[in-house]
Write a protein that binds this ligand. Structure first.
Ligand SMILES: Cc1ncc(C[n+]2csc(CCOP(=O)(O)OP(=O)(O)O)c2C)c(N)n1
Length: 650
């Protein structure tokens, strides 16, 4: 190639970059700081030949696209996509693969997003469900695209999320031959991780199996549904509706009827609650999915029953209410009658902080789970909303002044303790303590210029979560996504944030009033490693997400190996890793905060970028791993407090 001034310049830049890589590789002796300054020297900042990161024009064109309604003759994929459309599938998250299905769903006008990892896209679908209560889909190619989703399917299953998992699969004609690549029997792989699954093998039943899927997703207790599509099914051609079996519309293939409570059970529950001195309601997933928050409020206020929240999402009962016991963990052990409403993932004895003599009323839309793990005194099979309405009607107005005063005192004690944590945390001036992040974040979201109901929050991370959750408050349904919930995976957080931000962008369901508002997410330095690439997804779709990374240079598990030189290093990362620079490289804004006093300003800057440019940010908060050692840095690593706004597992 002929050398021009242009290529000459590039060569120089390449040489300089090579020099950096070599030095970084020599590594051991070089400090992180010197490696960083080399990166900067070789970066695009001073080099006009390196073009800026740019969203291709195709994204704007796609946003304006018109959709032509598919008419018969239709392919199997189009027939399936039509079921999704008619069922109100809210969104599809995908990576390329399973093309016929993805293309047909996108052509139906269902918002369709594509990201960098099928697992993260499946987490996005789960996140979307958890902040809207709607059905969301995730898709991947056969083989690796599908297996990339396994962790996310399992997490959605534990969270009881109605995620529709779609994957292409080997052609029926190739079964057992190992012809080609990416073969595998998918359904056994999701055994135990789904509510329903099916490999579709009879093309003319594709519509019917769409109906199977949505019957499961839209009734009872939701959990993932997994369908896999061989090519013969998606590519099949149908000239007319009568070529399909069981081609009924949704009014014929499923019911919208809900189970209503048996009056005997309402009477039994009312009797128990009337005798209670210290009743408590645990409001969980089912209150969200049945949209029962008004009924819950009416019952709680009429009978003066405090409410504590549990579940994969929080905010159905406002923390502004004096009846909210979320921030009063010290009072829970005194409750004498506990009403568990829509608690789909059932804790075992001891996992909830209730006393051994507490009596339980359990309300669930299906009978199968009632009585599992916790002993019941009244089991009520009912839609949560119907049950709460019936209870609100049947309960007399009551007063529990002493009990509510006990809750208020417990809340005060808890909040006073948070103040001491913050004061301690802020006194460590050479790194950012988690109490500083948690407190200042909550001031920003709830006590500053923003309406306190506005910000949808993705509560991720591990050690940092044990701080942040204590300061988190929910003021409206769908405000808090409880990331780790029950499956406890490290890593899905940016995926969840993408799903939540898409829900907020479209103003879906309970997010309507907060349309397009920024979404804030907290994660750890271990967590960010799994899904940081989705900041590229957030950047290209201009999703205003602020990801706060608690960077303590280690997996939070290092403390278990602190006395073992052999295994300690297995828990450590390089120190001072620049996740903010990675974010910048992916099109997001980056902040690196090394002092507690700088956190708030960085958050304000990121928020302005979210509002003005609709662009994601990553705030890399430099902490130190020793913050988890109480003897060195009080208050150290915190325990979980169940249930409540700070609950980790339930
Ligand atoms: C995918 C996954 N791998 C491993 C674990 C086991 N685990 C639980 S907590 C944890 C440490 C998490 O580290 P980080 O998020 O950085 O926490 P922090 O340092 O902030 O406490 C690990 C490895 C897990 N829960 N999920």
């Amino acid at each position: 190639m002929k050398e021009t001034p242009e290529t000459n310049k590039k060569t120089k830049a390449d040489v300089s970059r090579r020099k950096f890589i070599t030095r970084a590789a020599i590594g051991a002796g070089a400090t992180a700081v010197s490696a960083f300054s080399e990166t900067k020297a070789a970066s695009a900042i001073d080099n006009p030949d390196i073009k800026p990161i740019k969203v291709p024009d195709e994204f704007a064109l796609a946003a304006k696209a018109q959709f032509a309604k598919a008419e018969f003759p239709m392919t199997g994929a189009q027939v399936f996509a039509r079921v999704c459309k008619e069922e109100g599938l809210a969104v599809l998250f995908s990576c390329p693969g399973n093309y016929s299905i993805v293309n047909a769903i996108a052509q139906e006008g269902i918002p369709t997003y594509s990201g960098r990892h099928e697992g993260a896209m499946c987490h996005a679908a789960d996140g979307f469900c958890r902040v809207t209560g709607e059905v969301a889909a995730a898709s991947g190619t056969e083989g690796p695209g599908f297996t990339d989703m396994i962790n996310a399917i399992a997490a959605a299953n534990a969270a009881r999320s109605p995620v529709l998992v779609l994957a292409s699969n080997m052609a029926i004609v190739n079964e057992d031959t190992e012809a080609g690549i990416q073969l595998g029997y998918q359904q056994p792989t999701t055994e135990g991780l789904k509510k329903y699954g099916k490999r579709l093998i009879t093309p003319k039943r594709i519509h019917e199996y769409g109906a199977y899927a949505f019957r499961q997703l839209r009734t009872g207790v939701p959990r993932p549904v997994h369908l896999d599509f061989p090519a013969e099914v998606t590519r099949a051609k149908f000239e007319k509706p009568s070529d399909l079996d069981y081609y009924y519309d949704k009014t014929k293939y499923r019911t919208t009827a809900k189970p209503y409570p048996n009056p005997k059970d309402i009477t039994a529950a009312v009797e128990l609650l009337k005798q209670a001195q210290r009743p408590m309601i645990v409001s969980s997933n089912g209150v969200f999915y049945s949209r029962a928050w008004d009924a819950l409020k009416t019952l709680a206020e009429k009978a003066q029953i405090p409410v504590v929240e549990s579940g994969a999402m929080k905010g159905q009962f406002s923390d502004a209410s004096p009846l909210s016991a979320n921030a009063a963990p010290g009072a829970l052990a005194s409750a004498d009658v506990v009403v568990l409403v829509g608690q789909y993932c059932m804790p075992t004895v001891g996992e909830f902080a209730f006393g051994p003599d507490a009596k339980y009323i359990r309300i669930d839309p299906v009978a199968e789970d009632i009585g599992r793990n916790l002993p019941i005194d009244v089991g009520m099979v009912s839609c949560e909303k119907a049950a709460l309405e019936a209870l609100a009607e049947a309960m007399p107005a009551m007063k529990h002044d002493a009990w509510i005063a006990e809750i208020a005192a417990a809340r005060k004690k808890f909040e006073d303790e948070l103040e001491t944590f913050y004061a301690k945390g802020a006194s460590y001036t050479d790194a950012v303590h988690p109490a500083v992040i948690a407190k200042e974040l909550s001031d920003f979201m709830y006590r500053g210029k923003l309406p306190k109901e506005q910000t949808t929050f993705v509560a991720g991370g591990y050690g940092i979560a044990r701080y942040v959750r204590r300061w988190l408050r929910g003021y409206r349904p769908g405000q808090i996504l409880n990331g780790a919930y029950q499956y406890g995976a490290i890593g899905p957080d940016v995926g969840y944030a993408v799903g939540a931000a898409v829900a907020v962008r479209h103003g879906v369901s309970v997010q309507a009033a907060h349309k397009s508002a920024p979404v804030i997410c907290v994660t750890g330095d271990a967590g960010i490693g799994y899904t940081i690439m989705e900041l590229e997804t957030a950047s290209k779709y201009r999703l205003p997400i602020i990801v706060i990374v608690y960077n303590n240079n280690a997996w939070g598990t290092w403390t278990g190996s602190s006395r073992s030189p052999v295994t300690l290093s297995l828990h450590l990362f390089q120190e001072n890793v620049r996740y903010d620079k990675v974010a910048e490289g992916l099109g997001a804004h980056g902040e690196y905060v090394t002092k507690p006093t700088d956190f708030r300003a960085a958050l304000e800057r990121a928020y302005q970028i979210a509002i003005k440019e609709s662009r994601p940010s990553l705030i890399n908060c430099q902490a130190k791993k020793e913050f988890w050692v109480r003897q060195q840095y009080e208050p150290g690593f915190l325990g979980t407090v169940e249930p409540g706004c700070m609950s980790y597992n339930h």
